[in-house]
Design a protein around this ligand. Structure first.
Ligand code: AMP
Ligand code: MG
Length: 190
């Protein structure tokens, strides 16, 4: 049985950077960017053009894209699959789970990894990322989102039985964070 690490974190914690470094640091690892897989279906269905439009769609439309992405990830058989995704999505209808039961069950995670940063670091990263349409929020809201992520994380861990690791991604420490996670996963496959 291969390893399946689901890497989570609110937008702006530096998740994608850490995930990409993990995949290049582990021989035979495969990247599954959940948002990219959803976007491919969304574009094919002519629902959206950009990844940041998806969270504004009616939740029932987002759910179709979410299920399609989960099904594709469920079919990946590499030694390590690293999944870049979210615990919850801020939609106009409220916070919506990124890993509802049927989705997390299909993905069969062996490890749940939450990436965190301080509200200050997150605000700075969101402001400097010009490729994305990030929601502008206050530091208080970011602190609430960080707490909400931990609470959704415990639910996923309990549903799947996968251990949850919480990792702080301080400014400039992405390489160390990724290396530490690769070591942890190498230890798990011995
Ligand atoms: P990202 O590039 O990781 O910020 O993901 C882009 C978008 O993909 C997010 O803003 C969500 O709309 C969507 N997305 C990613 N993962 C999930 C998930 N597990 N469930 C629902 N939507 C997701
Ligand atoms: Mg990302």
């Amino acid at each position: 049985m291969g390893l399946r690490a689901v890497v989570l974190g609110i937008p702006g914690v530096g998740k994608t950077t850490v995930v990409d470094k993990m995949v290049s640091g582990y021989k035979g690892a495969k990247l599954a960017n959940f948002g990219t897989l959803m976007l491919e279906t969304g574009v094919a269905m002519k629902l959206v053009k950009h990844r940041d439009e998806m969270r504004k769609l009616p939740v029932e439309k987002q759910r179709r894209l979410q299920r399609a992405a989960a099904a594709r990830i469920a079919g990946m058989k590499e030694k390590l699959v690293v999944i870049d995704t979210h615990l919850f999505i801020r939609t106009p209808e409220g916070f919506w789970p990124g890993l509802p039961f049927e989705v997390v069950r299909a993905m069969k995670p062996t490890h749940l990894i939450l990436i965190e940063a301080t509200p200050e670091e997150i605000a700075a990263r969101r402001a400097s990322d010009t490729t994305r349409y990030r929601d502008a929020v206050t530091k208080e809201t970011l602190a609430e989102e960080l707490a909400l992520a931990r609470s959704f994380l415990t639910a996923s861990s309990t549903l799947t039985g996968a251990p949850m690791a919480i990792v702080r991604n301080a400014q400039g420490k992405q390489d160390e964070v990724a290396e530490g996670l690769v070591k942890m996963l190498e230890g798990a496959s011995r």
